[in-house]
Design a protein around this ligand. Structure first.
Ligand code: FAQ
Length: 316
């Protein structure tokens, strides 16, 4: 039960949101708003970091020096995005250590998409084109969300994601101009990544328990289904341009709705993946735990250096 003062504060808070004001870290906010943001931003930060693993898998096998440099830079960008969003989440009163503990204990979610394996070089193209493409559709809107630190992080991140998207599309366009084997590799990759990319937008609106609250607080500005539709509408013509077939026989343009219709998503698969039973869930967590343990000395050294520096400042 909220006290009268809290009810009054919540009312004023909602008025600020409705007027389109940005909420900053030191502003009053309902506990639930804080919790929802910690959940969503934490999951987002974890996604960026775990998202380095499928692509990192191909750095040593990139087909040319140019491709290797570009992939290395992309993976490094994702690390930066993770750090940015962790910092943004810390403004809400949770520490990075707490967030990482939850991830490593298997309690915190990260995007379903990163539990699929990268089996061929074309998968690096598919991730850039489809996964970054979906992330851009989602994040361009999050950049207009109500929580200032998150929205501002999204502006910068989206700029980088645009490069990622283009490099993925370019990889696939190049393969599609290549030998029959290269074209088959690109098509096989899209056959595997298309449906999981659509699942990135979350469950359909009727099954999305968090959407109503997040939309009311303008953290989300569009629903999961609206953004999924936007992504499909943008992506189908891009596939046609380079001769790729999206693996959905029900995909067709609806002139009246001015949208593409599409087939049924396998929600059973989605829930299996987000509940830890996807193809790579266990491997991803194992890799993160190993990196965390092996990086302990770096954290210790950085902390010792920070202590030394702050001691010097106090002495001065
Ligand atoms: N995967 O009630 P809703 C990237 C969970 S970044 C896993 O609809 P909400 C960059 C959801 O958390 C990709 N779990 O939830 C990159 C909730 O569980 P909970 C990440 C999912 O929050 C590219 C439950 O299902 N982007 O790709 C997923 O309103 C290339 C019920 O769902 C973001 O995180 C999912 N796909 O809407 C990096 C963007 N969908 O917590 C490397 C920010 C839903 O109640 C390489 N997040 N769940 O136990 C969002 O926009 C939202 O959180 C949604 C979900 C849209 C993902």
């Amino acid at each position: 039960m909220l006290s009268t003062t809290e009810q009054e504060l919540e009312k004023k808070f909602q008025e600020r949101i409705d007027k389109g004001e940005s909420i900053e870290a030191k502003d009053w906010m309902p506990e639930r708003y804080r919790k929802q943001l910690i959940r969503m931003m934490g999951q987002h930060a974890h996604s960026e970091v775990v998202g380095m693993l499928p692509e990192g898998n191909w750095i040593t096998r990139a087909p040319s020096l140019r491709r290797k440099c570009v992939l290395l830079a992309k993976v490094q960008d994702e690390a930066g995005h993770g750090l940015y969003i962790y910092s943004g989440t810390e403004t809400l009163g949770i520490s990075r250590e707490q967030m990482l503990d939850e991830l490593l204990a298997g309690k915190a979610k990260y995007s379903s998409i990163f539990n699929y394996p990268t089996l061929s070089w074309a998968d690096i193209g598919a991730i850039g084109w489809l996964v970054d493409g979906a992330a851009i559709v989602n994040q361009t809107v999050l950049a207009k969300g109500s929580y200032g630190p998150y929205a501002r992080a999204m502006v910068r991140i989206c700029k980088e994601e645009n490069f990622h998207h283009k490099q993925g599309y370019e990889i696939l366009a190049t393969l599609m101009k290549g030998t029959p084997e290269q074209r088959a590799m690109a098509q096989d990759s899209i056959n595997r990544w298309w449906w999981p990319a659509l699942m990135m937008f979350g469950p359909s609106d009727k099954d999305s328990p968090n959407s109503a609250e997040l939309l009311r607080w303008k953290v989300k500005r569009y629903s999961n289904d609206e953004l999924r539709q936007r992504f499909i509408d943008r992506t189908v013509p891009q596939a046609e341009n380079i001769g790729l077939t999206l693996p959905d026989p029900d995909l067709k343009w609806n002139e009246e709705r001015q949208h593409y219709e599409f087939g049924t998503i396998n929600w059973n698969e989605f829930y299996e993946v987000i509940n830890g039973n996807g193809i790579c869930n266990k491997d991803r967590l194992k890799a993160r735990r190993k990196a965390h343990e092996e990086g302990a000395w770096v954290r210790e050294a950085a902390n010792a250096y920070a202590r030394k520096k702050s001691g010097e400042t106090i002495a001065a």
